[in-house]
Design a protein around this ligand. Structure first.
Ligand code: NAI
Length: 330
């Protein structure tokens, strides 16, 4: 039986991870979940929000499913999510945005993937106070990380039969840092002559995405832009409750939704488990459990088609009602 690390998270994390574990279990696939706690709940006892045992577990199991973990805003410990990605060198954040059945949005033709560099840029949080009234944050872009993520994007395009890879930067303003990223993109692109390329400034990308998202297939970009733009693309397909994600490294992978711990709806049996479920489905494909992945995906689609939906996507079902409906459609 395969052992997979499960980080239950906090906020709505435990509710949605319970739902997803129940669904996978009901599909007939036996998984030994190595449950690991992290975040604010463990700081007092273990002195850190990301104890070494969590990293060890993922290193041994190679794969983890992760629910969101709260990061204090503007104070306190640095993000568990960022620390995890850095410690395990999970360099590629892959965030597909694809329409789901029966979820009303402005568009019915979205099928794109954001490939976000996951280890550096302003998102690395390297910053300091200069004096009481000023602070400085350092934007780090390296050739090694930029070439690696661009190569990943092209390989992804080849594997998933996508015709074009677009790169989004602000290389007109950040000529050195984003300029280097763009340079790496152009260099790597030469190895993939059959894939079309497109270069776009990230502000124009936002405009184009909300006007006609069908123009895009795979979009690669530095870390911070990827963080922001993937919330935008989540909005194109029905919101954060349905936006899946994966953090892929050379040696291990952590599958997690785009959304955070949603403290505003915590404990209300309202959270949509779809984003974590879609992340788990990708995880099952990643470990070659494709039959179970497809079985669960079909049950999810059938449930949505039948009109059973959580509140965030226009329905009335609670987390547990939605979960039970998926299980009965398996
Ligand atoms: P958020 O994604 O938690 O919530 C934004 C809005 O979307 C809220 O109105 C929330 O109710 C709704 N929402 C999110 N997921 C939902 C779901 N599954 N079903 C229904 N509605 C959902 O973003 P926010 O409020 O900015 O962040 C809250 C905390 O989460 C922060 O501490 C942040 O640092 C953390 N966070 C953690 C992430 C992770 O663990 N990977 C990623 C993003 C944020």
């Amino acid at each position: 039986m395969r052992t997979i690390t499960l980080i239950n998270g906090d906020g709505i994390g435990p509710e949605i991870s319970d739902a997803v574990v129940k669904i996978i279990d009901a599909s007939g696939l036996k998984i030994n979940w190595d449950v690991q706690t992290a975040g604010a709940d463990v700081v007092h006892e273990e002195g850190t929000p990301l104890p070494p045992r969590v990293l060890e577990s993922i290193k041994v199991n190679k794969v983890a499913l992760k629910a969101p973990v709260t990061t204090p805003i503007g104070y306190g410990f640095s993000s568990v999510n960022v620390q995890l990605r850095k410690a395990l060198d999970l360099y590629a954040s892959v965030r597909p945005a694809k329409n789901l059945p029966n979820i009303q949005t402005r568009y019915d033709n979205v099928n794109l993937v954001i490939v976000r560099e996951n280890t550096e840029d302003l998102y690395a949080g390297v910053e300091h106070r200069i004096d009481e009234n000023s602070a400085e944050s350092i934007k780090i872009i390296t050739r090694k990380a930029s070439e690696r993520i661009c190569r990943y994007a092209f390989e992804y395009a080849v594997k998933h039969k996508r015709k074009e890879v677009c790169v989004a930067t602000k290389a007109n303003i950040c000529k050195l840092s984003d300029g280097l990223f763009l340079d790496c993109f152009r260099k790597i692109a030469q190895n993939y002559p059959k894939i079309k390329t497109r270069e776009i400034l990230v502000d124009n990308l936002c405009l184009q995405l909300v006007q006609d998202p069908s123009q895009f297939e795979v979009i690669v970009m530095p870390n911070l832009y990827g963080d922001i733009v993937s919330d935008l693309t989540a909005g194109l397909i029905g919101g954060l409750g349905v936006a899946q994600g994966a953090n892929i490294g050379e040696y291990c992978a952590v599958f997690e939704p785009v959304h955070g711990s949603a403290p505003d709806i915590k404990g209300q049996n309202k959270a949509n488990p779809t984003a974590l479920l879609l992340s788990a489905i990708e995880m099952l494909k990643y470990i070659d459990e494709t039959t179970y992945a497809e079985k669960i995906e079909k049950a999810l689609y059938k449930t949505l088609k039948s009109g059973i939906r959580t509140v965030d996507i226009g329905g009335t079902a609670s987390t547990t009602e939605f979960t039970d409906a998926i299980i009965s459609n398996l």
